[in-house]
Design a protein around this ligand. Structure first.
Ligand code: ADP
Ligand code: MG
Length: 738
């Protein structure tokens, strides 16, 4: 597309925002709905509420001043009369509607007390020919006029000759795509060429059953869904292929004569036995990192299922193999907690081997940081724990073999990308081996992609990756977005947990709640009180943690309380956490900084203020902070209906789901239902190609077909596959490789 430099900046901005950069983007920007301007309806035949086009002669035209200034025009077409009202109008408009003028008028018909009426209808000259296809109505952003976008799309459609990437030979082996069976249609009729499908969707013939466009069952729509799903599947397979070409260190523990392996010693060190599920996932991970290709595994397990100790076991196996391990967490509090726990468990064992655990975080003193960096670089730090400061500049590992990312859904895609790229270039010590295996593996497809593989490969061994998350990925999402990811699941909680009881309480009963809380805490229980925002935001009128802290302290003067929010200096945060862990504080008032990972088993009560403002998985994470010990635990979701006096439907759905189930998988399923995949993916949103047309649930049959075809197409028709991905994913490709 040629975008003239004279283009109005507001329009340019709106186009950028919609991602309409290339002709192909415009061509793939499909209408939200259509208007039928192909026919003219006699006024007498129009119905109340109908969008209609009439053609009629002006019989009166006057400006009324009451109840407010407005132009009122009456038109007549021989079958009846209709009144047109304009609250804002130009003199020229008034003139064009002079008595006797014949106009073509479009708008919503209302059958009011004064007869039929249209408010602010659109007017056209009556001598223009009627369009022969339905008029598309596109999603537009602020500053982008519908008519302007329509013209751009027409031009783009005109200029674009789409090469067919799915001709029959490509799918012959597995049969045609299972597009919705329409009675009486042959396969050929159901399977539309792409060019024709797009042309049709932009400008459908008026005879089309509009219903089939709305429910997207029309063959043209089905074709597009197949296209999109296939692009997803191709890219996922490609990512997997790329990864499998990288070499990784085979992590197999080397046992010193007469000494237990590190992970065996760890098992002796901890106070509990691993659950069956923990043992199983440890075995899965161990088997995977023993291979010379990089593991890319998600460890999912509900909050409190014990992922940390599994991570520690994996780290031990890595270190015993003579490689370093990095463990990253999204917040400083969580990272610090991991550091302490892992140091407790492992420092003595590592010391006997001349190694230690290093700590890296953003808010670290320069000297301390430099010391740690030197340990990491020399390899003396066998395990490095930290926030993502670990992945930021200046961290050079001696031999990084395994990266563990806790609460991976909290990390942005960009961060993961940067980590990978960095490790590839940093793992210099083992390059020669990698080079040897890499030579000759990339043979065909002289694409940019293949080039990048070659460069990366000759540089380094790639570390294995273990990502941990309490937010399980529903099956359909796993099939599309994480098709290249192996998954291990901890499906069992450690013994002796009692389920958390969840109650919804209206904010109006706050005093009552505080009274009960006070009583419970005076009996030795500990509670979290979670507030949504740190600073006063007048617009949202959210509780502010500081004010809440003061209020609560005033209401319960005899109880020791602490305050924790993300703007506090790290040392101060730590001090508060320590006092709460040690049982000195009865109540910890906190923002969502405690959302992930925080582990204080004695805390058994949680109040979440303005619960209606939180997302479902966030609430589930928060609730996961209690119910970690054997004490009976409760989570109170305090909601406020605000000025409107009632909760929104989605807020209601979320709160209800929380009260009904403690099961993280069920919560994730409902979350997907309530929010849709786009938001569900969180981090992947940024730049990731989310499905625009296909629906994971409704189009599962198409998804299965695309899944089957993708590897075959990559093998037998690599150029078409590449073309297909470029067309659909364009620049978003990189993100998918994360
Ligand atoms: P999460 O999966 O949410 O990260 P953690 O690793 O923080 O869970 O574990 C939650 C709590 O359960 C911790 O206090 C941990 O020490 C304890 N725990 C983990 N595994 C077991 C087990 N097999 N038996 C008893 N307690 C366990
Ligand atoms: Mg955890």
């Amino acid at each position: 597309m040629t975008r003239s430099s004279a283009m109005n900046p507001a329009i340019r901005k709106a186009l950028d925002k919609l991602g309409l950069l290339r002709d192909i983007d415009l061509v793939l920007h499909l209408p939200l709905r259509y208007e039928d301007e192909t026919r003219i309806t006699p006024i007498a035949k129009t119905r109340d509420g109908q969008m209609a086009q009439i053609e009629a002669t002006v019989v009166s035209n006057e400006v009324q001043l009451r109840p407010r200034r407005q132009l009122v025009v009456v038109v007549e077409d021989g079958t009846g009369q209709c009144q047109l009202r304009f609250l804002n109008f130009y003199p020229s408009q008034q003139k064009s509607m002079a008595i006797g003028a014949v106009l073509r008028i479009q708008g919503e018909v209302r059958g009011g007390f004064w007869g039929k009426q249209m408010v602010h209808p659109q007017l056209r000259k009556s001598d223009a020919p009627l369009p022969t296809s339905l008029t598309p109505v596109y999603p537009v952003g602020k500053g982008l006029p519908q008519a302007y976008l329509r013209r751009m799309i027409v031009t783009a459609l005109h200029r674009t000759r789409l090469q067919e990437t799915l001709p029959e030979p490509v799918w012959r082996a597995i049969g045609p795509p299972p597009v919705l069976a329409q009675p009486g249609l042959s396969d050929v009729q159901r399977w539309w060429p792409l060019q024709q499908a797009l042309q049709f969707l932009h400008h459908p013939q008026p005879e089309v059953a509009i219903q089939t466009l709305e429910d997207q069952s029309h063959p043209a729509w089905q074709r597009l869904k197949v296209e999109e799903l296939l692009a997803q599947q191709l890219s996922q397979w490609r990512v997997r292929q790329l990864r499998e070409q990288f070499a990784a260190p085979a992590l197999t523990p080397v046992r010193q004569p007469g000494q237990l392996a590190l992970h065996e010693q760890l098992l002796g060190q901890i106070a509990f036995d691993l659950t069956k599920a923990q043992q199983r996932v440890v075995a899965e991970i161990a088997a995977d990192i023993a291979l010379e290709r990089p593991m890319h595994r998600l460890l999912q397990g509900d909050v409190g299922s014990g992922k940390t100790v599994v991570a520690a076991m994996a780290a031990c196996i890595c270190m015993d193999s003579g490689w370093q391990c990095a463990l990253m967490a999204p917040t400083e509090i969580l990272a610090e907690q991991h550091f302490r726990k892992l140091s407790d468990w492992l420092s003595p064992l590592l010391a006997a081997r001349g190694k230690q655990v290093a700590w890296l975080a953003g808010a670290q003193k320069k000297k301390a940081r430099e010391h740690m960096l030197a340990l990491v670089q020399s390899g003396e730090a066998a395990l490095v724990v930290g926030t993502h400061a670990v992945i930021q500049e200046n961290v050079e590992f001696d031999r990084l073999g395994l990266v563990i990312i806790d609460e991976q859904h909290r990390f942005g895609v960009e961060q993961r990308l940067s980590l990978r790229d960095r490790q590839r270039s940093k793992n210099a010590s083992a390059t020669s081996a990698a080079e040897a295996t890499a030579a000759g593996t990339v043979s065909e497809a002289p694409t940019a992609l293949a080039d990048s593989v070659q460069t990366a490969q000759s540089e380094a061994l790639e570390p294995h990756m273990l990502m941990m998350s309490a937010t399980p990925i529903p099956r359909t999402l796993a099939m599309t977005y994480y098709a290249d990811l192996s998954v291990s699941t901890i499906d069992e909680l450690p013994p002796g947990r009692s389920p958390v009881v969840t109650r919804l309480i209206a904010d109006s009963r706050r005093d009552e709640l505080i009274e009960r809380l006070q009583h419970q805490v005076s009996q030795g229980r500990q509670a979290y009180w979670v507030c949504p925002l740190i600073e006063e935001s007048e617009a949202l009128d959210l509780s502010n943690a500081t004010a809440t802290f003061e209020d609560l302290q005033a209401a319960m003067p005899q109880i020791q309380m602490g305050l924790l929010h993300s703007r506090m200096p790290a040392a101060q945060k730590q001090e508060v956490m320590d006092r709460f862990s040690a049982g000195e504080l009865g109540i910890l008032v906190a923002t969502t900084v405690i959302e992930v990972g925080v582990d204080v088993p004695n805390a058994s009560l949680m109040v979440v203020e303005h619960a209606e403002r939180f997302g479902l998985s966030q609430l589930h994470q928060l609730r996961g902070r209690v119910g970690r010990g054997s004490a009976k635990s409760a989570c109170i979701l305090l909601y406020s209906t605000g000025d409107s006096g009632k909760l929104s439907d989605t807020a209601k759905d979320r709160l209800r789901a929380m009260a009904q189930t403690n099961d993280g998988f069920e919560i994730a399923r409902r979350d997907l239902e309530i929010r849709g995949p786009g938001e569900f993916m969180g981090a992947r949103q940024s730049g990731a190609a989310l499905l625009r047309f296909a629906d994971l649930e409704a189009d599962q049959h198409l998804l299965e077909w695309a899944r089957e075809l993708a590897p075959l197409m990559l093998r037998d028709h690599p150029h078409l596959a590449e073309e297909h991905m470029q067309r659909w994913l364009g620049g978003r490709w990189d993100y998918l490789k994360a």
